[in-house]
Ligand binder design. Structure first.
Ligand code: SAM
Length: 359
């Protein structure tokens, strides 16, 4: 069995492609089992919880897929104050989480030094690991925040298909977006580095999804998030999807493809922290988290954004955004983890990846 596992781990693009088009349930069961056993032997049975706080929905970008895009004038904007963010950090710690994830649109109103003070306060006042997901900020900002104590940074490259990426993620101030370059920079600075992709973007080809998985391996990431693309009606891509009348069948395919990519990512990157993403649980509220966790994932990022802001972080339509909050919400997630025979992670849940010397 060990030799078999070793061979699978070194899957080439053709083998990845074969799995991506596989439809036979029995064969797919063997893929889920393999991903689950690799997950178990590499990152264990714990499911780490990261408290997600969406600190601002302002965004300078015009991404065609995202409801936060600047031209979406229908959206009421908010930016949390320092005290509100610190209060969330204390709540996150009280719930027993080891990590807070501070996420926002690409908001240049999040001023470098002021935000650096917020990071320092969280590090002084709690024992939380701090993960940032604030978009494509300058090298200087990223360095200052790392020196202030931020531990990790998430920046999805969204798709490895350059043409598709450029068409859905326009440049800002004439500067072409190069997220791969920023990911390498983040690693150089010292961050634990996370990235990921969306599955089911209009025009996304199966070959480019196989390239995404190869790219995860090449970048040797600490964290990898894979979620379905969910059309937002107030975005150009969402309108395009409405016109092409994407039917229910395409949602089923998108979900299955997302599970396959999670499983193949676990096989390609055995030590990575891989979340069962919120987008996955949004498309499959019934057992999206459970299936993700049983097919390779080992992390959940419960949304701890204060209820008065939650519904305004409208990246895609989601009924769950106005759902339970606080301890009820937390208890429910814990129960779901335990119901599938897993345990809730204790501590920061740092990366177990063995760092390559030459990145
Ligand atoms: N501004 C930061 C950035 O771009 O990395 C962080 C916030 S951004 C809203 C976080 C992630 O949301 C993106 O990387 C993208 O993968 C995801 N996202 C945005 N719109 C989405 C949609 N319509 N469906 C699924 N995921 C979406």
């Amino acid at each position: 069995k060990k030799v078999f596992l070793l061979l699978i781990r070194q899957m080439d693009k053709n083998e990845i492609l074969k799995w991506l088009v596989e439809c036979e349930e029995e064969k797919l069961e063997s893929l889920w089992d393999l991903a689950d056993s690799i997950r178990h032997s590499n990152v264990g049975n714990e499911v780490h919880l990261r408290g997600l706080v969406e600190i601002s929905n302002y965004c300078a970008r015009e991404c065609n897929y995202c409801g936060l895009r600047k031209p979406n004038t229908k959206l009421e904007r908010y930016r949390m104050s320092e005290d509100e963010i610190i209060a969330c950090a204390h709540d996150t710690e009280k719930l027993g989480y080891g990590t807070i994830v501070l996420q926002s649109g690409e908001d240049y109103g999040i001023e470098t030094q002021l935000f650096s003070n917020i990071i320092k306060r969280i590090k002084d006042e709690t024992s939380l690991a701090v993960t940032l997901a604030l978009g494509e900020r300058s090298d200087e900002d990223l360095k200052v925040w790392y020196e202030a104590g931020a531990d990790r940074y998430l920046l999805k490259f969204e798709t490895s298909d350059k043409k598709l990426y450029d068409s859905i993620h326009p440049p800002l101030s004439g500067k072409k977006s190069d997220r791969i370059k920023i990911l390498r920079k983040l690693r150089d600075i010292g961050y634990e580095t996370g990235s990921g992709v969306m599955i089911g973007l209009p025009g996304q080809k199966i070959e480019s999804i196989a390239d995404d998985i190869e790219m995860f391996r090449e970048l040797d990431l600490d964290m990898i998030g894979v979620g379905p693309y969910i059309p937002h009606p107030d975005t150009p891509l969402g309108v395009q999807c409405e016109k092409s009348d994407a039917d229910a069948q395409s949602s089923v395919n998108k979900l299955l493809m997302t599970y396959k990519v999670i499983a193949l990512t676990r096989i390609a990157c055995p030590k990575a922290n891989i979340p069962a993403t919120t987008a996955l649980a949004t498309m499959n509220p019934l057992d999206g988290y459970e299936k993700g966790l049983m097919r390779g994932a080992n992390v959940i990022m419960p949304n701890l954004t204060p209820v008065n802001y939650k519904s305004f972080y409208d990246i895609y339509p989601s009924a769950a955004r106005s759902d339970l909050s606080g301890t009820d919400y937390h208890d429910n997630i814990k129960k779901r983890i335990i119901s599938i025979g897993r345990t809730v992670g204790i501590g920061r849940g740092d990366s177990l990846r063995i760092r390559k010397v030459n990145y």
